[in-house]
Write a protein that binds this ligand. Structure first.
Ligand code: SAH
Length: 343
């Protein structure tokens, strides 16, 4: 008989399965705590579950796991994990040490279909969506690796491989698990951020379905440039994207993060900075400036430090919060836009 992956079931679905098998439904929460909180991958370890039920579960289910196949540590302390999935695909996650906590950048797809001109993940094309379980498992595996460390893992960013809003159901479900104590995690909704290239209808849906933070990769200030850098712009141009941001329902004190990759001679000029100020009027936002991280598969270049600073200063003078994000881990190809699962 084929096994089912227990992690592919919601709590409700698993309760139903138990009821159908003449088991009291409250056992579902007990078993899910073992799986998600204690990260148990063996039914036999569930000591408060009767032997006969453990046996029955093992007959029907497996507890899937992703396998860390390569781990690399950067000179700046960040760590890149390559995980092997059950079908021999790979995805990467990057753990970044900050002053008093860790941030983990996770992937949502194997490869990516968006085709952004500057991104290395795009060059490998799209293989498949991750299941919600494979998304959550990246967090579990890294937490396991960090055990015994004194810094807590606080921030989760969906900014790794893939476009999270193109894998909508699985991503929303995974986030729900990460912020919900029923499953043994309890990440703050302020500390989980989903980054999108701008799939407008799914942004609107997401605002209703999930309470976590939103980041939008804008990367250009006119449609011609954005069309060239990010093909999604041909479907949802800048005006539509930013009007969605303007109307995005935000909880008090929250802002949308606008990401802007600075690429030499493409979008890094004084006129671009000024135009960005105009465009973002009325968008409750903070701006992350990401100097372009070069890789072998594209000809784009990082601007020099002085133009990056000039760009930032124009935003600040216009009362925007603008932070230069120095990507970590570039020596191990773990920086923004350098993730790839082509081994
Ligand atoms: N698909 C999502 C999340 C993945 S990319 C999105 O588009 O937002 C995460 C961020 O890295 C995006 O803001 C993207 O614009 C940026 N990025 C991609 N390649 C980069 C590179 N080579 N250098 C710097 N930033 C890059």
């Amino acid at each position: 008989m084929p096994y089912m992956n227990i992690k592919s079931l919601s709590l409700n679905a698993f309760e139903q399965w138990l009821v159908n098998n003449s088991v009291k439904p409250y056992r579902a929460t007990q078993i899910f705590k073992w799986i998600y909180k204690h990260q148990t991958d063996d039914f036999q370890a569930m000591t408060d579950i009767s032997l006969s039920l453990r046996h029955k579960l093992a007959e029907h289910f497996i507890i899937s796991s992703i396998i860390p196949a390569h781990v690399q540590t950067s000179t700046d302390g960040s760590k890149k994990y390559a995980f092997r999935l059950y079908d021999d695909h790979y995805v990467e996650s990057v753990m970044i040490p900050e002053r008093n906590h860790y941030t983990l950048c996770i992937s949502s797809q194997v490869g990516c279909a968006q085709g952004c001109a500057f991104c290395l993940t795009a060059k490998q094309g799209f293989s498949r969506n991750l299941t919600h379980d494979e998304i959550v498992a990246q967090v579990q595996m890294v937490m396991r690796d960090l055990e015994g460390n004194n810094l807590p893992l606080k921030n989760i960013v969906l900014m790794g491989m893939g476009e999270p809003l193109a894998n909508y159901q699985n991503v929303v479900k995974a986030i729900d698990i990460l912020i919900n104590s029923t499953y043994g995690f309890q990440f703050s909704t302020r500390k989980v951020t989903l980054s999108t290239c701008g799939i407008v209808p799914n942004m609107v849906k997401f605002s209703q379905d999930s309470p976590v933070q939103l980041a939008v990769s804008l990367n250009a200030t006119d449609n011609q440039t954005r069309d060239m850098l990010m093909p999604i712009n041909r479907t949802y141009p800048i005006e539509q994207l930013l009007s969605t941001c303007r109307n995005y329902p935000l909880r008090p004190g929250r802002r949308i993060t606008i990401e802007y990759v600075l690429i030499k001679h493409i979008n890094d000029g004084i006129k671009h900075a000024k135009k960005l100020c105009e465009l973002l009027r009325g968008v409750y936002s903070k701006i992350n400036l990401i100097p372009y991280n070069p890789h072998l598969k594209s000809k784009f270049e990082r601007p020099d430090d002085s133009s990056i600073e000039t760009f930032q200063n124009i935003l600040i003078k216009n009362n925007y919060t603008a932070i230069i994000r120095q990507s970590k881990g570039s020596d191990i190809s773990a920086a923004c836009g350098q993730l790839s699962s082509e081994m």
